[in-house]
Design a binder for this molecule. Sequence first.
Ligand SMILES: Nc1ncnc2c1ncn2[C@@H]1O[C@H](COP(=O)(O)OP(=O)(O)OP(=O)(O)O)[C@@H](O)[C@H]1O
Ligand code: SF4
Ligand SMILES: [Mg+2]
Length: 348
Amino acid sequence: MASDGTGALLEVRDLVKHFPLTQGVVFRRQVGAVQAVDGVSFDLRRGETLGLVGESGCGKSTVAKLLTHLERPTSGTVRYKGEDITRARGRALKAVRRNIQMVFQDPYTSLNPRMTVGDIVGEPFDIHPEVAPKGSRRARVRELLDVVGLNPEYINRYPHQFSGGQRQRIGIARGLALRPEIIVADEPVSALDVSVQAQVVNLMERLQNEFDLAYLFIAHDLSVVRHICDRVGVMYLGKIVELGTDEEIYEHPTHPYTQALLSAVPVPDPAARERRERIVLEGDVPSPAHPPSGCRFRTRCWKAQQRCAVEEPLLAVPEPLADTAPDDPAHHPSACHFAEEREESPAE
Ligand SMILES: Nc1ncnc2c1ncn2[C@@H]1O[C@H](COP(=O)(O)OP(=O)(O)OP(=O)(O)O)[C@@H](O)[C@H]1O
Ligand code: SF4
Ligand SMILES: [Mg+2]
């Protein structure tokens, strides 16, 4: 178990990343900020998969980069087993990086084309020789290839000699090399053919059981993460707007944005399709440099009222549902003043 009181491996609190917007060449001055991530909080528990879902530009990759120390946060904290690692440097950073690994979206561009598979998968051992002493590295790499379902005989091949799905397996083998506890997977199957996506998701599930991994699994589509996630956070314009177990989010969503996203997920059963009404969101996602006041979703929300423009809804069990029993599936954090389960279509 984790050493802290909550049992969480990773505790993320009020994480903020603003990218400065500058103007001028000689006299560069800041004229604003892109609020890519603006107050994100969640826990990641040992061995669980937390999905992070939302439209393009809502800040998913920025969260991933903050957790893997590829970006530094503007503010907020990240605790790993109770220890503040937000601004870790030197040896502490090295240790954290070993335990929190990243798998990238695009297996076509994230692998160096001039390196052999053996060198790609074994590269983390250069930084952490203690994990695999020199003489044992090739054997370790062959074992890793085998674990992800690739022929160990391919160790001297180059990335272009593999298919997209195989390349993502190479990326996963590399992510596993240092035996991390957490893998942050930033849209690991989005660039793959639909037929291959399930194979890679299944592989990740198997590896999770085998190595007791916790995943932060990022996707832009709720249907991709359904199968693998224990819990899901839905993001909109730099914030998590709803957070719950897979049952709470998929069967009992209370935030209008989640309801809209789910209404767009294809349903195989024709009878269920008939009953369900699609919510078509009007307008575009506003710029994260100028997010709307109050609730950021209000410019596209069919339920918006005056209060939504002046009062920001916080991510908590919302007022209208506060009286529901704690084990009621509607009783979960949702950042909406008027959160409720949806019974009728917005057009009615
Ligand atoms: N280095 C940067 N400098 C300035 N703005 C940035 C930078 N990185 C990201 N952004 C902006 O921050 C916002 C969030 O970007 P991010 O890549 O995190 O979104 P995302 O949810 O991963 O999107 P996608 O689904 O397209 O991958 C976007 O508006 C993006 O343009
Ligand atoms: S707070 Fe208001 S604008 Fe925001 S999601 Fe709820 S009803 Fe819509
Ligand atoms: Mg992204």
